[in-house]
Write a protein that binds this ligand. Structure first.
Ligand SMILES: Cc1ncc(COP(=O)(O)O)c(C=O)c1O
Length: 402
């Protein structure tokens, strides 16, 4: 049991808290599900890019899935070996491509024909060979929120099967490219197995047709996407997920790469915020808290549900309230019509499932410093990011005042 009250007293609010032991358990369960097959879990750094969190996964033997050179640098700094780092993303610029090649990462995951040619050109300038994979868009509906669906032709990600084939042939014939992997990622917060199996089967078929023309790859990269329980979702068991992937791969001897983000960190994280005031009008009860959409954007961005727990002495009846922050936007809410007891100033609300796409999506909107981050491991609490100060916020501007 986490003592939120004590931690909030010591470290102040708003505050992110991450249970690293929970992350370990999730990592081990997924890794174990692929046992009997060579596999790499490449933690999707975007889910929670705090250096100490990445280091925690590095210590467990994880690789990293990165979508900017900043993330690649973070991963290396935190101790992930370059040979377990993948660099994806639809819009890598030349400097990012150059640095990724120089850092000799496992491979660059290429998302268009134009990008493949750019990677080839930069590898040629550097007089080297760049390992690549192609992100295939299998045109499968992942049945998730449209903002986190990525595997349909209406989405910007990856290339269709025919383009992918042309790209592999080009890469195979290039002196500066080495095609080593194939990749797909159909979406995030997936709770149905069927689309994952269908996508894996389409991509595995493509592998077989590549083998028929002497293009042999080493890595079958299934992306991330495993959903978690925010509320009452029925989620996919890691074992069933692995079985679906492995059954599509039957007869093919490749290392499986999986890029989990949310699955590893979401339910390890809590966002703790303090009640400032309650206010009511004829229509609504509002609970105004010190955290805001600049700390946790998911409710505003996706209308996402997060379970909310009140830490209070109050034992009044439940009544519905909107939980809102101080930012000047009507979208600044953590929940609407959420059943809560009557609350007093300084009571705490703990927002659950906040360990993925929480802090990382934060901003300084309304000149609000971002929260501190705290890690719990073996019962010990450790600060892993200081609270931002006003000085931090103006540091890059103050020298330009005339
Ligand atoms: C290529 C790729 N891999 C992995 C992930 C991580 O997804 P999740 O957090 O749903 O596991 C994403 C998320 O957008 C992604 O785009």
């Amino acid at each position: 049991m986490i003592n939120f009250k004590e931690l909030a007293q010591e470290y102040k609010t708003p505050l992110y808290i991450y249970d690293l032991d929970y992350m370990t358990a999730q990592y081990n369960e997924l890794k174990q599900a692929f046992k009997g097959r060579k596999s790499i879990l490449a933690y999707a750094v975007k889910a929670n890019s705090n250096l100490s969190v990445i280091k925690h996964f590095a210590d467990l033997g994880s690789g990293a899935d990165c979508v900017s050179i900043g993330e690649v640098r973070r991963a290396i700094l935190a101790g992930i070996p370059a040979y377990r780092i993948i660099f994806s993303g639809v819009g890598k610029n030349d400097d990012e491509i150059r640095e990724a090649i120089q850092k000799d990462i496992l491979y660059i995951n290429v998302e268009s024909e134009a990008e493949l040619k750019r990677v080839e050109l930069i590898a040629k300038e550097l007089d080297t060979i760049c390992r690549i994979s192609v992100r295939v868009n299998p045109n499968i509906d992942p049945k998730t929120h449209p903002y986190i669906s990525t595997g349909l032709h209406g989405n910007k990600f990856g290339v269709d099967i025919n383009s992918a084939k042309r790209m592999y042939i080009l890469a195979k014939n290039s002196k500066n490219l080495d095609p080593v992997g194939i990749h797909f990622h159909i979406g995030s917060q997936l709770t149905e197995l069927e689309p994952i199996y269908e996508a894996a089967a389409i991509v595995a078929d493509m592998l077989r047709s590549l083998e028929a023309i002497d293009i042999e790859l080493k890595f079958f990269d299934v992306g991330g996407g495993l959903g978690i329980k925010y509320n009452d979702e029925i989620t996919i068991k890691p074992y069933d997920y692995a079985q679906a992937v492995l059954s599509a791969l039957k007869g093919l001897d490749l290392t499986v790469i999986c890029e989990p983000g949310r699955f590893l960190t979401a339910n390890a994280g809590y966002f703790v915020t303090k009640v400032l005031y309650e206010k009511k009008n004829e229509q609504k009860r509002f609970v105004v808290v010190d955290g805001a959409m600049n700390d946790l954007l998911r409710p505003a961005l996706y209308d996402a549900y997060h379970k909310i727990e009140a830490i209070t002495e109050s034992d009044s009846k439940l009544s519905k309230a909107d939980i809102v922050g101080p930012v000047c936007e009507s979208g600044d809410f953590f929940a609407k019509d959420y059943p809560l007891v009557d609350l007093q100033p300084n009571d705490l609300l703990v927002i659950h499932s906040a360990g993925a796409y929480g802090f990382g999506m934060g901003s300084n909107y309304n000149t609000r410093g971002r929260s501190a981050e705290l890690a719990l491991k073996g019962g010990e609490a450790r600060l892993i990011r200081k609270r931002e100060t006003f000085e931090d916020l103006i540091a890059l501007e103050k020298d330009f005042l005339d």
